[in-house]
Ligand binder design. Sequence first.
Ligand SMILES: Nc1ncnc2c1ncn2[C@@H]1O[C@H](COP(=O)(O)OP(=O)(O)OP(=O)(O)O)[C@@H](O)[C@H]1O
Length: 278
Amino acid sequence: MSALRPTPTNTVAGPSTAGGSLSPVPATAQSVTLSRFSAWFGATPALHNIELHVPSQSVMAIIGPSGSGKSTVLRAINRLNDGLPGVRHAGSILLGDEDIYASTVNPSVLRQRVGMVFQRSNPFPRSVRDNVAYGPQLNRRLRGRELDDVVEYALRRAALWDEVKDRLRQDARTLSGGQQQRLCIARALANDPEVLLLDEPSSALDPHGTQRIEELVYDLRQQLTILIVTHNLHQAARVADRTALLVDGVLVEEAPSSRLFTRPADSRTEAFITGRFG
Ligand SMILES: Nc1ncnc2c1ncn2[C@@H]1O[C@H](COP(=O)(O)OP(=O)(O)OP(=O)(O)O)[C@@H](O)[C@H]1O
């Protein structure tokens, strides 16, 4: 098994602008596989022996009651739990066939390959352009025209370009909440990730903003592997190919969304989706 490394496309990704048309070279989407993955915060167990395979170029929704471990799963895939006091884990998480917890893995490189967007949009207090340019500038040392092209490419992929192309120098915090959330997605996409983790990305948005995010997830699934944590069961049913239910850190059921929401195999799933608990 090889150590995680920047993919070849990460070094050249971004648009070629020959002829003035964008022809992006996206990274190859990767599957994500958790095997007997457990996590603890101090003595408190948060995840128990999770077995979960997310096929490449698909959307997996993770649902479950509050405190069931949904965010912990996402953060484990990005190694964002590393460094929290008392945290430890057992088992493995593979990105494609690469163990993300191998000692050779650089977590910063991992986080370029596995982008994450949080519930509350968190743009830097800088311009729209600078928010998106930050990653490729730092990680790929892009400058000038090449950098501008990557910014445009990422904003187009995030379905935001048309709304901000004349406001690139404006403070990102002047955008609407929904636009800020898509800006955060563009910021992750600028690193040309193979996997995108979305932690309740539309819970702070109005119905229109929510719909834009869902359309975006639907479109991005062709190029990326996406895991989305959501409290909105209709959203999971709409956007996710498969859905996983976590209860008390245990994976209760994982199935195609069309089946899980209509013919759940486990009585706890039925109780959860019919609102009898959680
Ligand atoms: N940094 C931390 N330190 C200690 N315990 C934590 C920490 N983060 C999470 N936990 C605990 O781990 C468990 C799972 O939390 P997690 O945030 O993953 O749940 P969740 O399903 O995402 O919840 P919610 O839907 O409310 O966001 C909870 O019991 C929580 O209190």
